[in-house]
Design a binder for this molecule. Structure first.
Ligand code: F3S
Length: 403
């Protein structure tokens, strides 16, 4: 692999042990995937802080033992404990302590303590064409397809190595030719609202599993809808990139989207396909829903405002639970704006820094989950081993609250 002078200096140890070690691993890996050179990155999103993924916390120790620090702006993925309400959640103090220690180490490394799966809402917002090294599948697909930034599907370790050196091997989605579409999805129905986009992505991800789908026939999409599509595509498929003709930045035309290649497959989506999936994900009667989970991915402040607006004059039903997941940055804004107070008074719980999939404790008592996110429905089934109810936001709120 070709290395610049600067990269050679890192590899020779001129810039310290951590950079040398990180560059050694990255060059070996780059060689193994056929990368011809490294590419400088502008940011990283790192997942080594959760207590749930084996080996990731120890990797932070390894970096610190070599005196390593991140070189570029780096944010952190969700952790396993809500640092604000962990006592109310009956989290074992030893677990909370362990989590806090990992956090302190990550701060020592220079990673911003954002603890969210939506780094693009808290300042990690690369521009079109910029290279980054991100983990978290929903954020990766959003970065590539919606922001037009370039990242592979990194794990916590590789994102951290990239952050230490400011480089990542130039392969995969960093190269234009791997970003072209290869499957044409002809959407034969009007797609409107986050839930429609979430169902569409879940269905397409499940069908094609890997590749770059190009959607034709979607007339408009706001950022929440695009986020729902990105998230669900990456839930059932290993999809890190998609195009919507006329909407996403690298697909103003069909020719842009496919570049020099033709679709290897064409798939038609009708309303009946989405309806069928919705009933598959809604296998229980609404009355059986015990917990409604919103905020997968983490909610923005305007989404929290919307929920608070709905909850005025309503209360969560006895014996039921309403969870709203977000980052601590958004929680702070929600506290300031008074939205958090309205949600609390109505009996809702705001969870920040973590989510039902990554948290320790609590989720054992969720019972049957209702949600408007196909990703949460997917993991809800796996984690709680119970059935789910998928519906739109309004319906989810209606079934869990009363006047
Ligand atoms: Fe985020 Fe957890 Fe969903 S990390 S995307 S809220 S499963």
């Amino acid at each position: 692999m070709y290395l610049t002078n600067e990269e050679e200096k890192m590899l020779s140890g001129e810039y310290g042990e951590a950079k040398q070690w990180a560059m050694e691993i990255l060059t070996k890996f780059g060689d193994s995937v056929g990368a011809k050179k490294m590419v400088p990155i502008v940011s990283s999103h790192i997942s080594c802080l959760s207590l749930k993924i084996p080996g990731e916390n120890e990797f932070i120790d390894e970096v610190l033992s070599r005196n390593g620090r991140v070189e570029i702006f780096s944010t952190s993925q969700c952790i396993s404990v809500d640092l604000k309400i962990w006592t109310e959640m009956n989290i074992d103090p030893e677990v909370a302590e362990k989590q806090k220690k990992v956090i302190m180490k990550s701060i020592e490394l220079g990673i911003a303590p954002t603890f969210t799966c939506t780094p693009y809402l808290v300042g990690n917002t690369p521009r079109i064409g910029e290279h980054v090294a991100w983990c978290e599948s929903s954020a990766i697909t959003y970065a590539n397809a919606v922001l037009g930034a370039r990242t592979n599907r990194e794990c916590g370790q590789s994102a951290l190595l990239a952050a230490i050196t400011g480089r990542t091997p130039m392969y995969g989605y960093h190269l234009k030719e791997n970003r072209w579409g290869d499957v044409l999805i002809r959407v034969r129905t009007i797609i409107k609202g986050e839930e429609d986009f979430s169902l569409l992505g879940y269905l397409v991800g499940r069908e094609i599993e890997i590749g770059v789908p190009v959607f034709e026939g979607i007339k408009c999409a706001n950022s929440l809808e695009l986020r729902a599509l990105a998230t669900s595509l990456a839930t059932t498929g290993q999809i890190a990139m998609f195009h919507i003709i006329g909407i996403t930045p690298e697909a103003q035309t069909k020719e842009d989207a496919f570049g020099k290649q033709s679709p290897r497959e064409v798939m038609d989506i009708e309303r009946s396909d989405l309806d069928q999936l919705e009933s598959e994900l809604s296998s229980i009667d609404v009355r059986q829903v015990d917990t409604v989970v919103l905020g997968c991915p983490h909610y923005s402040i305007d989404e929290i405002k919307n929920i608070a607006g709905y909850l005025v004059g309503r209360k969560v039903k006895r014996g039921k639970r309403l969870l709203i997941c977000t980052s601590s940055v958004m929680r702070h804004l929600a506290e300031r704006a008074g939205y958090a107070d309205i949600i609390r008074k109505a009996g809702g719980i705001i969870i920040s820094d973590t989510c039902p999939v990554l948290m320790v404790g609590l989720r054992e008592s969720f019972g049957c989950i209702g949600t408007n996110s196909t990703k949460m429905a997917h993991y809800g089934r796996l984690l709680t081993k119970s059935e789910t109810f998928f519906s739109d936001l309004r319906n989810c709120l209606e079934i869990i609250t009363e006047r």
